[in-house]
Ligand binder design. Structure first.
Ligand code: 4AD
Ligand code: MG
Length: 433
């Protein structure tokens, strides 16, 4: 008897197979049972009759939700069943029966989101959450495929760091060995700048941490970032790499995770248009667009969620905004030679109000200017000596960016909140489970 997954059922039409999974739900109708099984790859409806399969019927009757089961039966095409196939159950082995006195806490009805977040370890079993996690995995796979294909070498950055990369207000401090202090990384950027000088084109992909006090649908305190960095590269090279990367990720999910997008009822026509090149406007142009739409933004302001939504809603694909005022950007941004008050940086804003998915640009390669900026930002120079070495020994123009994985996946999935797209979200008031 072949052991198969629900995803493979279509290849076994008319054959006896074994499925290993859990009871998701069951309808009982006299001498017929209609169980629904799930196995992590999908859900499948079954039919079991008392007359034909009395032993299987007895095993299934009254069986509690989420009990683990191994089911044998014949696969047959059934138009009305989810997935197009059902299983005529002939044998059932119950591995663990969920007790009636302590039933599975998540019923097949609407629950409040706080309740579900407290049950996150179980909530991920629901078909919608599992579909999201599969899309996340495909996005990661496609992103790495793209970077590797462009000749970038994976060089991961450390998580314990001696200093800030993205401003000191969101640093998580940890006590390192003995009395030494360290911080959880906010970005691997400074380290990929070093590996770029060693290997040319590199990227890091890993978790990053920010003590974000904001309670928004776009902020996590622990999130994953993909960070390319290239020697002898400029702002233009990175805008091009970013749009190529995002196009490839979206098109790969569309192609390889069709069923999951369907399960999420995602309007895929909004993703189909996501192909490079993306529209590009300067920060100054963005301010003009905002003012025209009645937004009070003025030169020198940073954009919040509202501004990003107004800007991105004018386009059917992500929007690149470049050359922000240096004053509102990080210490390492290379100034524009034409307008030194502007930074050679860019943000990529996702459509449909999902906000900034990429931030990046060209880095300062001049030693003296970098030291000046460290001082202006009150950053501890001694912690940055190794970083300054990159400007002492063979400094070259270089550039990179960081793609926020969860923001990107939330947009692709069309979820309301970013917390659904990471297996175990960490947010301002949540570190459980
Ligand atoms: O724009 P950010 O802060 O840029 C950097 O950290 C650069 N050092 C990256 C680089 O150039 N290598 O963050 C990059 C992206 C944002 O565009 C956003 O998508 C995501 O990371 N991000 C967050 N995602 C979820 N929760 C948060 N609190 C996030 N903060 C940033
Ligand atoms: Mg940013």
């Amino acid at each position: 008897m072949p052991i198969i997954t629900i995803e493979q059922a279509g290849q076994y039409d008319g054959q006896e197979v074994t499925l290993r999974g859990w009871l998701y739900n069951q309808r009982e109708s006299g001498k017929l049972l209609f169980p629904i099984f799930r196995d992590g790859t999908g859900i499948m409806q079954g039919v079991c009759s008392l007359k034909e399969q009395p032993a299987a019927f007895e095993a299934l009757r009254g069986l509690t939700q989420e009990s683990s089961v191994i089911v044998t039966g014949k696969i047959r095409a059934e138009q009305r069943a989810p997935g197009g196939f059902e299983i005529g159950v002939s044998a059932v082995e119950v591995l663990q029966r969920v007790s009636e006195s302590q039933p599975y806490p998540i019923q097949l009805k609407e629950h409040g989101v706080d309740f579900l977040l407290n049950q996150r370890h179980l909530w991920i079993r629901s078909p919608r959450q599992a579909a999201i996690l599969r899309i996340r995995a495909e996005a990661i796979r496609a992103a790495r495929e793209f970077m590797d294909g462009q000749g970038y070498t994976l060089t991961d950055a450390p998580i314990f760091t001696p200093a800030a990369c993205e401003g000191t207000t969101t640093l998580f401090e940890v006590q390192y060995i003995d009395d030494e202090k360290a911080y959880l990384t906010q970005s691997g950027q400074l380290y990929v700048e070093a590996t770029a000088m060693a290997l040319g084109k590199v990227y890091a992909f890993g978790p990053t941490f920010r003590a974000e006090k904001s309670k928004t649908r776009r902020h996590l305190t622990e999130f994953w970032m993909l960070e390319p960095e290239a020697a002898y590269a400029d702002l233009g090279d990175m805008m091009e790499l970013g749009e190529g990367l995002v196009s490839h990720v979206v098109q790969s999910v569309l192609k390889n995770r069709t069923r999951e997008l369907e399960a999420l009822k995602r309007d895929t026509t909004k993703l189909a248009t996501v192909k490079a090149p993306f529209p590009r406007i300067s920060y100054d142009e963005a301010i003009a667009v905002l003012q025209k739409s009645g937004n009070p933004a003025k030169h020198g302001d940073d954009f919040g969620g509202d501004e990003e939504t107004i800007l991105s809603s004018q386009y059917d694909r992500p929007l690149i905004v470049h050359r922000y005022p240096a004053a509102i950007k990080a210490f390492y941004m290379q100034p524009d030679p034409q307008r030194p008050d502007l930074a050679l940086g860019f943000d990529m804003l996702a459509p449909e109000g999902y906000g900034e998915i990429i931030g990046g640009g060209q880095r300062i390669h001049d030693y003296d200017l970098l030291v000046k900026r460290l001082r202006e930002h009150n950053l501890p120079e001694e912690s940055f000596q190794w970083y300054l070495d990159l400007r002492r020994y063979g400094s070259v123009p270089h550039a990179g960016f960081g793609l926020g994985l969860e923001r990107t996946v939330a947009w692709i999935c069309g979820t309301e909140h970013i917390r659904e797209v990471i297996p175990f979200p960490r947010m301002i008031y949540r570190v459980y489970p």
